[in-house]
Write a protein that binds this ligand. Structure first.
Ligand code: LLP
Length: 451
């Protein structure tokens, strides 16, 4: 449960913001009691566009992409940053990622198609997934993706066959499960031994498979990948993963004579969902990861590989918010107060799925103290349907506009149309302008595929 926090702070640049620290998008401020993002009044925007509504602070998004690129460039001679598009995908975010010089992680044919639709340079696209279908592999190889990240020997055989049929040699990485226990939610841990992802190091399996990949035609093994999990605060988990991977790479050099070009350390940097959360900064993450790779390379006498990372959440989570309209209030004496909003698990399933925490404010009362503890529940036919469980909020009245912060990652991409709820629109705000980048779904859209 988060404590009421309401005091406004005057920032050095003259903006007045809420005491929500790193949870807020960078350009958030409060003017005459209204929440503004990107210079746009969230209350007016909600009235114009309707709710539920996803809103992204474009300056914040671009700024984080630049921070990633610049922090790695400052700490390492040859690095690349892949945007993990599973965190938030539409055409506009991919156009921006391309403009900002990102590489791209796609984990299926749909994400790849979106990248193709905006002309994302295919050599900067990496295809992931523990089961890429035959069709998806064919789409990726014929599109000319830069790397396919192999997950199994079965997939190796498929990639080799398809590449042969298409008359190309496909560059591949092998995904290794480094056995590092990252300190995060059970469901989003991926690097530990018991995982459906990657080649396990148990019984030296991954190492033996390197020989298989090297002996397979039409594929060119250029490096290794790992991803230890998501929403990780403790940087030492990344350092441990680098050490395991570097040791592996050194053995591959010693026994197979292969010098690795790419070391892809995956994503996973955590973000602030609550005002008191203190995640590491992008700069700290870059410095720590880069140093770990340089130290380990020195230790094993390895030439420095190209260092790749694949952030998703830490690029988009805090840039995005969701706006809702309050429609129902219900107080259960000595139990809790429910405030119902016109969305819920359809646009943000993370609370129902992971008991995720969020901060919220009433956008038309943003200068008032958050004096009540309420559960912001959705409108769906399910008891677990809530966006904020026992969180602080100002006293809510009908038609108030509620803003839930840090909903930019894994909300839209995990959304559904449960109970026939159309997907919300997505608006990007910047310099006082708002533009719809994904329109609201209509009832006709909901039925468009039914025959
Ligand atoms: N690379 C790979 C191979 C991944 O599997 C993921 C995320 C990323 C990069 C990006 O990780 P990030 O920087 O966003 O932590 N639905 C969950 C998160 C699942 C993450 C899956 N993989 C949630 O809502 O918290």
């Amino acid at each position: 449960m988060s404590l009421p926090k309401s005091d406004l702070t005057k920032q050095a640049d003259g903006r007045t913001t809420m005491e929500l620290g790193p949870v807020l998008p960078k350009t958030a401020d409060v003017r005459d009691g209204h929440l503004f993002i990107g210079g746009v009044d969230m209350v007016e925007l909600a009235r114009e566009q309707g709710t539920a509504l996803y809103v992204f602070d474009e300056a914040d998004l671009r700024d984080r992409m630049r921070q990633y690129r610049e922090s790695f460039a400052a700490n390492y001679p040859n690095a690349g940053v892949l945007y993990a598009s599973k965190a938030f995908l539409n055409k506009e975010v991919l156009r921006i990622a391309n403009e900002e010089g990102m590489f791209l992680d796609v984990s299926g044919g749909g994400e790849l198609a979106c990248a193709q639709a905006v002309g994302f340079p295919m050599e900067r696209v990496f295809m992931h997934g523990n089961y890429k279908t035959e069709a998806e592999l064919r789409e990726a190889i014929s599109a000319g993706v830069g790397r396919i990240v192999l997950d199994t020997r079965l997939e190796l055989a498929r990639v080799s066959r398809i590449a042969g049929e298409l008359g190309v040699v496909q560059k591949v990485l092998m995904r290794i499960t480094p056995g590092v226990e990252a300190d995060t939610h059970e469901y989003i841990k991926t690097g530990c031994e018991d995982s459906k992802f990657g080649f396990t190091m148990l019984d030296d399996f991954a190492f033996k498979c390197v020989g298989d990949v090297l002996g397979t035609p039409n594929v060119d093994l250029v490096g290794f990948h790992c991803h230890i999990g998501s929403q990780i605060f403790a940087l030492h988990s990344f350092v441990e993963a680098v050490q395991v991977m570097a040791k592996f790479v050194a053995r591959v050099r010693d026994e197979y004579g292969l010098y690795v070009e790419d070391l892809d350390m995956g994503g996973g940097l955590g973000v602030a969902y609550l005002a008191d959360d203190k995640p590491s900064s992008i700069a700290e993450f870059a410095e720590c990861t880069a140093n770990a790779v340089m130290e380990a390379s020195l230790e094993y006498g390895l030439p420095l590989p190209r260092l790749l990372v694949e952030p998703g959440r830490s690029l988009v989570a805090n840039a995005g918010v969701t706006l809702y309209t309050v429609g129902v209030m219900k107080t259960l004496p000595n139990i809790r107060k429910y405030v119902a909003i016109d969305g819920g698990m359809s646009d943000n399933v993370r609370t129902a799925l992971y008991h995720a925490d969020y901060e919220a404010t009433i956008a038309n009362k943003a200068d008032q103290p958050r004096t009540e503890i309420v559960t912001l529940c959705g409108k769906h036919c399910e008891s677990g349907d809530a966006v904020v469980l026992d969180g602080s909020l100002q006293h809510a009245d009908l038609d108030d506009i509620v803003c839930v912060f840090a909903t930019g990652a894994y909300c839209y991409t995990m959304s559904s149309t449960y109970n026939g709820q159309p997907h919300p629109a997505i608006v990007f705000v910047r310099d006082g302008q708002a533009r719809v980048v994904t329109r609201r779904e209509t009832y006709e859209d909901l039925m468009a595929r039914d025959v």
